[in-house]
Design a protein around this ligand. Structure first.
Ligand code: GLY
Length: 356
């Protein structure tokens, strides 16, 4: 699988952990910091250590896993530990983890002493196909997702299938939602493939690579999301609200991909209503998500909170809720605004599927 050139850096697939060793050897870094969470410390750091036997001199910073910890308090903890370790501006930070570690680690590195180099070593499917590529770094503020952050490109991204072996089915399915999204917004063939291949099969390597190719094709045109990059947010306006609400109210909150699977059904409904997606297209999308993901009842009592969360979404302008919507499977438009009534109708559409 060929490496992919992104915005001034490469996403490595071929012998990617050996490539990481070469990258470290070639840089004249004063020190190496590895950011992990408890899970990646236990399951992924040993894989990295085995693959990089020459990397002996490094410090590890560990944060608690889970989206609920991607906040300023944990970030302050990371910055303080960096100070304790005497990290200077010539240091390298390796973010070894899922989206929480790559987002928060990128943010901590991009702001510490006005920015130090960092690389992403994504260990979840979600981080491999989405979070680690494209230079979005950030943390949540309360239940508002990724509302604080920067666009800062990593020095490189190293994607290894080895880490996916450490994931359970729920984590894999969550990441797979972003793969399906890439098919829906850009590539009908990839979407068709996601119907026949599942997240546990060998074909996953090729699907991960195609997914990164698609993401990269979009972000290289528009690195700071002034235009076309917004199509990557398909399913995320409603999905982020569902995720934020779940984080606040549920003991076992939805994973990101589970929430955006709900968001993609609702936004496919909006796409049908206002952007030309056919009824057959809506049905095809609905059928796939309903078959793959656990149903999540959206209590009508939660609707006002969900709408309030959507109103705070980063993609809005002038207090209007902005959407990226499909015109057909494989094509997506952005900067579309729909009425609150129609958004509520899309939530009802989702709920109606659970009843039938
Ligand atoms: N996750 C969407 C983006 O990187 O733009």
């Amino acid at each position: 699988m060929k490496n992919i050139e992104s915005i001034g850096y490469a996403v490595f697939f071929e012998n990617s952990l050996a490539a990481l060793q070469q990258f470290i050897d070639a840089g004249s870094y004063s020190q190496v910091i590895i950011l992990v969470d408890r899970n990646t410390n236990d399951h992924c750091l040993p894989v990295l250590q085995a693959a990089l036997p020459d990397l002996v001199d490094y410090d590890v910073i560990e944060v608690d896993p889970g989206e609920e910890n991607k906040n300023i308090d944990f970030c302050i903890g990371v910055w303080n530990t960096m100070l304790d370790f005497g990290v200077d501006r010539k240091a390298l930070m390796i973010n070894l983890g899922g989206g929480v570690v790559t987002d928060m680690g990128g943010f901590a590195a991009s702001t510490f002493k006005r920015g130090i180099d960092f690389v992403q070593v994504p260990t979840t499917l979600l981080a491999q196909v989405d979070a680690s590529v494209g230079g979005k770094t950030g943390i949540d503020l309360g239940n508002l997702k990724n509302i604080i952050g920067t666009f800062t490109q990593p020095q490189a991204v190293f994607v290894s299938a080895e880490f996916l072996k450490t994931l359970d089915g729920r984590q894999l399915r969550s990441g797979f939602a972003e793969v399906i999204k890439h098919g829906l917004i850009f590539d009908r063939d990839l979407f068709a493939l996601t119907k026949t291949v599942d997240e546990q099969q060998d074909a996953l390597d090729a699907i991960v690579h195609r997914s990164v190719e698609i993401k990269n094709a979009v972000i290289t045109q528009d690195p700071t999301e002034k235009g076309v990059r917004k199509i990557l947010n398909f399913g995320h306006t409603i999905g982020h609200a569902v995720e934020g609400y779940s984080l606040e109210h549920d003991e076992n909150p939805l994973l990101h991909g589970e929430a955006i699977a709900v968001g993609m059904i609702c936004e496919a409904y909006l796409s049908h209503k206002v952007n030309g997606l056919t009824a057959e297209g809506l049905q095809e999308i609905t059928d796939l998500f309903i078959a793959k993901y656990e149903p999540v009842a959206l209590a009508p009592a939660s609707y006002p909170d969900l709408i309030a969360l959507m109103r705070n979404d980063k993609k809005n302008e002038q207090n209007k809720v902005g959407f990226a919507l499909l015109s057909e499977i494989g094509k997506c438009d952005f900067d579309l605004y729909v009425s609150e009534d129609l958004i509520l109708e899309s939530l009802d559409y989702y709920n109606s599927l659970l009843q039938s």
